[in-house]
Design a protein around this ligand. Structure first.
Ligand code: NAD
Length: 354
């Protein structure tokens, strides 16, 4: 007889290791159904989040074949809201409620809600990054005996993303070791390794910061102006035009300069002069984005400026230049989080109120 109807376990599983496996097995002894929420879903790959949501599902399904097949283990994605824990909590709450209602009613509408269902959260307060375990006082807690080893996914990634990759067989389940062995032969692995090496060298070459940058969130007639990054890190990903401050300029002027340099933005009369571009800035919306983990390069604090260009049928012309491989207008409705570099998806969401 299980102590709880449902358990909830939240993690990134980058990759799934034996500590996660032990927690899941122990939780399964205490709950009828365990809902595993796979965090940081729908983001672009980077050396900290190298595996997609679908790949992490695959790893977990390989290890817990029986539990997944019998419906005792249910996997769901949750995205990050880097600048709003309440928004992230709301997403987790909604995801758990919907999953339970779905399972209870076979997809039908829940008549009695979740009043009579017991739910418990599991996980280790391993370090400061596990503070989120305190964000759900409405749920019980599943007590776990002890932490399974002192290793973490970070250590595993450090050993794995090397020229001669090491798959630490002793701390990942066999099925995950096989999965990683296959992954290390892929083109994707090579791209991530290149990125990891670049990031490793970054502090020696450029320092650890804090650095100040300025970004330009430019909208016109339901479209946003984005660049495709031409260099590491995040080569090929979409980004807001922007960059590092020159020693003698204001943050606001830096946003205008970077916008002009990276997009060559112009109308029928030619490139738009800095003063005119600056006049489109909605100064009430200028906002600092300073999440300590927003960049894997260094501590980089950015100031996003919202440029509201006049709505018209013909969007201003743009051409990618400088650090940008391309510059293009994108329909706001077409944007997807996994296309974006660093926290640029979050910035756009908050600046444009998507
Ligand atoms: P993780 O994969 O590192 O860990 C998952 C769980 O396993 C944690 O409870 C951890 O303590 C436990 N664990 C780790 N190593 C262990 C070991 N050796 N033995 C036993 N247990 C071990 O994932 P995480 O980073 O804790 O995942 C949290 C997710 O929630 C992330 O995706 C994060 O981005 C997300 N999150 C988002 C927000 C937001 O967007 N505002 C806020 C909080 C959390």
């Amino acid at each position: 007889m299980s102590s709880f109807d449902y358990g909830v376990f939240i993690g990134r599983f980058q990759p799934l290791h034996s500590g996660h496996e032990a927690v899941i097995r122990s939780a399964l002894e205490q709950v009828s159904t365990l809902i595993v929420l796979i965090g940081s879903a729908r983001t672009a790959r980077d050396p900290r989040n190298p595996f997609t949501h679908a790949e992490r599902v695959e790893m977990i399904e390989h290890v817990f074949k029986h539990e997944v097949a019998t419906g005792r283990l249910v996997l769901r994605p949750v995205s990050d809201h880097l600048y709003s824990d309440p928004a992230w909590c709301a997403q987790v709450q909604r995801c758990v409620d919907e999953t339970i209602l779905d399972l209870q009613n076979g997809g039908g509408i829940g008549l009695h809600g979740l009043r009579d269902v017991s739910i418990a959260l599991t996980g280790y307060g391993k370090d400061r990054s596990s503070y989120y375990l305190k964000l759900f006082p409405e749920w019980d807690n599943i007590q776990l005996d002890s932490q399974y080893g002192t290793f973490s996914s970070t250590d595993i990634r450090r050993q794995f993303f090397q020229r001669i990759p090491v798959v630490p067989n002793t701390v990942v389940p066999d099925e995950v070791a096989v999965w990683l062995d296959r992954f290390k032969m892929s083109e994707t692995f090579r791209g991530l390794l290149e990125e990891a090496e670049y990031l490793e060298a970054y502090p020696t070459e450029w320092g650890r910061g804090p650095f100040v940058t300025a970004d330009a969130v430019v909208i016109q007639s339901g479209h946003i102006l984005l660049v495709e990054r031409g260099r590491l890190p995040g080569k090929g990903l979409l980004a807001i035009p922007g960059g590092f401050l020159d020693p003698k300029e204001t943050v606001r002027n830096a946003a205008v300069r970077e916008l002009r340099e990276e997009t060559r933005i112009r109308d029928e009369k030619g490139e738009i002069p800095p003063a005119m571009l600056a006049s489109f800035i909605d100064d009430r919306k200028t906002r600092v984005f300073d999440h300590p983990e927003r960049s894997l390069r260094a501590r980089i604090i950015t100031h996003a400026h919202l440029f509201r260009l006049p709505d018209r049928r013909q969007l201003f012309e743009v051409t990618g230049s400088d650090d940008a491989r391309a510059a293009n207008w994108y329909r706001l409705g077409d944007l997807r989080p996994e296309l974006f570099f660093e926290d640029h998806w979050s910035i756009i969401n908050l600046m444009v109120d998507l």
